[in-house]
Ligand binder design. Structure first.
Ligand code: SAM
Length: 278
């Protein structure tokens, strides 16, 4: 019975072998697309929300050594250097994104990049050398968050701080959260179809010819994310819910409701963590 299933016509035919899911190829195949999207100064969201919030949450970093975990093509690095960081190491699993980052900073001896899996343990770069760390838009990209959190903790000095910003897990789950309009109450609401389970959601991108066009988004409920950091020895001491800067230009009767929803449903979650003493 388990190896066969009934056909629509009432006969029997062998069950088709379930299609094997191809393992995620990571970000390398979409590196050119992502590099172009983010550019030198960051995407729209980087520029208006994510980068300013990161710098504010990090506070004074002048003279400090920093780690940019899952740094991509290095969008945060110039901001850290402008803010006075003494040195920055960028770590990312995509050799092509690291290549782009390296090209931009080849003359800057205070900036280094390495290709590495942030979840692989032990990691040579996780050596207790850093005063601060940041991880932007990548909590939902790594398959093993507890391992990444342990590496981040091991990379920091005791008392070192880390800022993590990622898509808000309660309101922004690809394919599972949507805007809706309640005509009777004249309000825009956020619909959440699934939340309290781990989900692996393939994300289609729009890269150039010949490139694969999927990355995986790992949704985890909020408690799971906080516990991954907490259990790694990174204590939470600050949290920011960050809102999109974009506002509907449509006007009309819905515009008040849309503007209110944009102000009240956060897009990103920012955590400020501190490495507990041994
Ligand atoms: C959405 S991008 C964000 C990149 C960058 N922080 C930014 O804000 O532009 C996610 C990044 O996570 C990286 N990444 C995914 N899994 C990783 C892993 N296991 N180890 C290191 N980097 C990883 C990807 O290569 C990609 O650069």
């Amino acid at each position: 019975m388990d190896r066969q299933r009934r056909s629509g016509e009432g006969g029997w035919r062998p069950k088709k072998k379930a299609a094997k899911k191809a393992p995620s190829k990571g970000w390398d195949p979409v590196a050119a697309w992502y590099d172009q999207l983010v550019g030198k100064g960051g995407s729209d969201y980087h520029q208006h929300v994510v980068l300013p919030a990161t710098l504010e949450m990090l506070g004074d970093i002048s003279g400090l050594r920093g780690l940019d975990l899952c740094c991509g093509q290095g969008v945060l690095v110039p901001e850290l250097m402008k803010a006075g960081a003494r040195e920055v190491l960028g770590v990312d699993a995509s050799p092509r994104l690291i290549e782009s980052a390296q090209r931009r900073f080849e003359r800057d001896r205070a900036v280094r990049f390495v290709v590495a899996d942030a979840c692989a343990e032990p990691s040579p770069w996780a050596d207790g050398h850093f005063d601060f760390a940041a991880c932007l838009m990548a909590v939902h990209d790594v398959p093993d968050l507890p391992a990444m959190a342990r590496n981040a903790a091991a990379a920091l000095k005791p008392g070192g701080e880390m800022v993590v910003i990622f898509m808000h897990p309660c309101f922004r789950i690809p394919r599972q959260t949507h805007w809706g309009w309640d005509e009777g109450r004249r309000l825009q609401y956020r619909r959440v179809d699934r939340y309290g389970v781990d989900l692996e959601i393939p994300i289609k991108t729009h890269p150039g010819k010949g490139e694969s066009s999927e990355t995986l988004f790992y949704h985890r409920p909020l408690a799971e994310v906080l516990n991954a950091f907490g259990q790694a020895g990174l204590a939470l001491f600050g949290c920011e819910e960050l809102y999109s800067h974009r506002r509907s230009q449509a006007g009309g009767i819905r515009s008040k409701g849309e503007h209110r929803a944009a102000r009240e449903f956060p897009m990103f979650l920012g955590l400020k963590l501190v490495r507990a003493s041994d």
